[in-house]
Design a protein around this ligand. Sequence first.
Ligand SMILES: *[C@@H]1O[C@H](CO)[C@@H](O)[C@H](O)[C@H]1NC(C)=O
Ligand SMILES: *[C@@H]1O[C@H](CO)[C@@H](O)[C@H](O)[C@H]1NC(C)=O
Ligand SMILES: *[C@@H]1O[C@H](CO)[C@@H](O)[C@H](O)[C@H]1NC(C)=O
Ligand SMILES: *[C@@H]1O[C@H](CO)[C@@H](O)[C@H](O)[C@H]1NC(C)=O
Ligand SMILES: *[C@@H]1O[C@H](CO)[C@@H](O)[C@H](O)[C@H]1NC(C)=O
Ligand SMILES: *[C@@H]1O[C@H](CO)[C@@H](O)[C@H](O)[C@H]1NC(C)=O
Ligand SMILES: *[C@@H]1O[C@H](CO)[C@@H](O)[C@H](O)[C@H]1NC(C)=O
Ligand SMILES: *[C@@H]1O[C@H](CO)[C@@H](O)[C@H](O)[C@H]1NC(C)=O
Ligand SMILES: *[C@@H]1O[C@H](CO)[C@@H](O)[C@H](O)[C@H]1NC(C)=O
Ligand SMILES: *[C@@H]1O[C@H](CO)[C@@H](O)[C@H](O)[C@H]1NC(C)=O
Ligand SMILES: *[C@@H]1O[C@H](CO)[C@@H](O)[C@H](O)[C@H]1NC(C)=O
Ligand SMILES: CC(=O)N[C@H]1CO[C@H](CO)[C@@H](O)[C@@H]1O
Length: 759
Amino acid sequence: MLFRKLLACAFAAVVTTSTAQSTDGILDLVRRRLPDHVDDFIFRLLENQTTPITSATNSTNDAYTISSTDAGKIQVEGNSLIALASGLHRYLTDTMHVDIWWGIGSRLDVGPVILPPLDQPIKGSSIVPWRYHFNTVTFSYTAAFWTWEDWELELDWLALRGVNLPLAWVGQEKILVDAFRELGMTDAEINAYLSGPAFQAWNRFGNIQGSWGGDLPMEWIDNQFELQKNITARMVELGMTPVLPCFTGFVPRAITRVLPNATVVNGSQWSGFPTEFTNVTFLEPVDPAFTDLQKSFISKQAEAYGNITHIYTLDQYNENDPYSGDLEYLTNVSYNTWKSLKAADSQAIWLMQGWLFFSNSAFWNISRIEAYLGGVADNSDMLILDLFSESAPQWQRTNSYFGKPWIWCQLHGYGGNMGLYGQVMNVTINPIEALSNSTSLVGFGLTMEGQEGNEIMYDLLLDQAWSGSPIDTSAYFHNWVTRRYSGTGDIPQELYSAWDTMHSTVYNNTNLTTTAVTKSILELSPNITGMLNLTGHHATTINYDPNMLVSVWKTLFSAASANPALWNNPAYQYDIVDVTRQVMSNSFDDMYTSLLSAYTSSARSNATIQAAGTNLTSLLTSLDTVLSTNPAFSLSTWISSARSQTSNTTIANFYEYNARNQITLWGPSGQINDYASKSWGGLVSSYYIPRWEIFTSYLMTTEVASYNKTILDALLLQWGETWGNKTSGPTMSVEGPAVANLTTVLGGLSGDWPGIFGS
Ligand SMILES: *[C@@H]1O[C@H](CO)[C@@H](O)[C@H](O)[C@H]1NC(C)=O
Ligand SMILES: *[C@@H]1O[C@H](CO)[C@@H](O)[C@H](O)[C@H]1NC(C)=O
Ligand SMILES: *[C@@H]1O[C@H](CO)[C@@H](O)[C@H](O)[C@H]1NC(C)=O
Ligand SMILES: *[C@@H]1O[C@H](CO)[C@@H](O)[C@H](O)[C@H]1NC(C)=O
Ligand SMILES: *[C@@H]1O[C@H](CO)[C@@H](O)[C@H](O)[C@H]1NC(C)=O
Ligand SMILES: *[C@@H]1O[C@H](CO)[C@@H](O)[C@H](O)[C@H]1NC(C)=O
Ligand SMILES: *[C@@H]1O[C@H](CO)[C@@H](O)[C@H](O)[C@H]1NC(C)=O
Ligand SMILES: *[C@@H]1O[C@H](CO)[C@@H](O)[C@H](O)[C@H]1NC(C)=O
Ligand SMILES: *[C@@H]1O[C@H](CO)[C@@H](O)[C@H](O)[C@H]1NC(C)=O
Ligand SMILES: *[C@@H]1O[C@H](CO)[C@@H](O)[C@H](O)[C@H]1NC(C)=O
Ligand SMILES: *[C@@H]1O[C@H](CO)[C@@H](O)[C@H](O)[C@H]1NC(C)=O
Ligand SMILES: CC(=O)N[C@H]1CO[C@H](CO)[C@@H](O)[C@@H]1O
């Protein structure tokens, strides 16, 4: 425990930079979200985080006390700004029963008009000094086209939930471009390296380079840079320590033109991309140019955003194998990288995703991990994200990363896939066990690839960071429902009951064959084998009884009979669409199986295949109508956010191409096809339905013995490319039916699909 404190101290001591602390940032949050209650709250900071040696050394965790004052105000006292935000959240959620949500927005203003007084003070303190948020790729899967308004919502969500260590690497291309230009590279040479707006995360850690479908425009780079100024300033105001990017070593091929003697190697090939787009050039850290670029990057960055952090994200081998597995080589790479960071910022801490140790455990045996981490001689100069702790923790086999501080993270889902899923036991019991087993564990964090649904699972882990024993998840779900559906009168028992059932089923997966959010096969490129019962990364297995979920749906639906005002409740609108989506996806599996039976039956006829195919596409049409009732489940939201980043139509078309390509082919010709697929209104109708129609007609015209997956895949790929090149035009009319009325649409389901939704 003492060791943990010392490590935490080392961080706390170095990350504090500004002078006197103001609580204005927290008051501004109240002003944004609870404008009617600005004068009802008092925030008092009990310690200055600016005196690191005395106070931060002695207080590693955040703590708050909430109480009522004689004047009838709610006072939140805390030892840090994030403690104040966390205390405010505790009052809002537990006493006022309101919250702020992804995909729904802020519902903080629907609570009681008069703030309920507290009989007794409420106290809370974190059990770990750091709460981390973001996977490197969340920035592409979820936030690629976010506006400042989207970011404001996210940052308020994070602050209230006590996150004090968020990744902040929007807009880093601006810094890189400036550094490369200074080296003498031309813009054409730099552009050959940079990837499109929907693919920047993978460019930044050297999986891919270059852009398909057009070059990254300078206006994108400039706008994102401006956006990052807002983001970092707000993070600091809210009491967070941003994790900023730095120079990783990945460079344009032209490095050897401007530095003919540079020591470079090529990174490995990623996910079947052609060499043009992968095998990214890596400047060896031993080369003096590496340190020069590091200094250039970090000083330019500090100039732009201020000296706001000493923690830098730096991944060199994320799904990208080192040039050599030689132990000495690995130690040298990390040693020189660390030295470069220290030369640029003497207090630098290197934050790294530990994903590689899981994803390529064949390469990263214990000796190699030890060699690579060992290059950083001072343990407190590094911070590792144990990226997938709930399913595939690496901290045990690495002996707690050989003493390096690390963070227990829930990854939960890939590619922003949509499926109801959670492991309530593993995200409550395991981090607490880890805390008592590992002295260098200093935080809990969320590293989802995309923020798509299942919000309760993320809330749960962030709340676990304030409870020394595993949370009672049954009570937790109950309380969560109370705040989830506030603002429209009584919360019917049905809502509690539906969530209680999901708590012990969809959110209590314990089957080790499915370790993350499940995928719906309706989103996968059709074929006749291998779609159902997939396990692992993108499992398609349903680990609960699908009939149970149908009865959950009925219970949820009947809640609105008990309280019809729920139809106007954004949380209810979101959740019922989400559960309907899952029920229909589950039923799709059966219809697909029927189609295969019709195809392989000895009595096969075109009529039976056609009928089975039509059944399946009709279901998708209904699904599309349901999804299209809600912008959070609509393709048009994604595409219009991409297009509206610019006023230039040619550039808007390029952004739209990026947006479409990421969620479908993911690569110029389907390199990681359907990885980031989505059940979105407009996408189901315009993309998946035609794909299943192509499949059905292929089956009708092809004998079982002549079935040729290569031919079928070519047809489907051609369709993928056609769809990906479409543009919505300036008027933004994205394919799909007009937004329909949710009440009518859901009310019609039991008539349209009696086999699924009927009583
Ligand atoms: C924090 O620092 C400011 C400025 O130095 C000082 O006025 C204030 O009293 C300090 N507050 C605490 C709680 O130490
Ligand atoms: C930054 O925030 C200001 C408001 O504070 C806003 O006007 C501006 O558009 C934002 N910048 C970007 C790039 O979104
Ligand atoms: C590159 O290395 C060669 C041989 O060591 C040397 O002659 C030359 O001056 C170097 N060029 C630069 C630009 O450093
Ligand atoms: C790309 O990487 C692969 C290994 O993943 C390697 O076999 C190939 O030679 C590399 N190509 C280039 C041009 O570096
Ligand atoms: C950031 O810190 C460095 C090193 O202490 C200093 O040289 C630089 O002026 C500071 N920059 C800003 C913007 O405060
Ligand atoms: C839960 O955690 C345990 C211990 O780390 C692990 O063995 C198990 O695989 C996890 N459960 C699932 C469903 O991944
Ligand atoms: C913690 O340590 C105990 C005793 O060594 C061991 O039995 C247990 O499995 C460990 N738990 C985890 C999560 O590693
Ligand atoms: C979750 O499943 C496990 C294993 O089946 C069971 O022991 C546990 O009680 C369940 N928890 C809940 C909350 O349903
Ligand atoms: C876990 O899921 C797999 C794949 O669906 C299944 O074969 C297995 O029976 C399940 N295990 C348990 C214990 O339910
Ligand atoms: C059929 O598609 C699924 C899902 O994309 C895939 O896992 C499976 O390998 C494919 N089957 C064959 C024979 O390629
Ligand atoms: C998938 O799993 C279900 C449930 O275990 C089983 O009934 C079905 O036969 C499996 N389908 C395939 C294609 O393996
Ligand atoms: C437990 C602990 O770290 N205490 C320290 C608190 O701060 C003072 C002043 O720096 C130190 O002397 C204590 O050792």
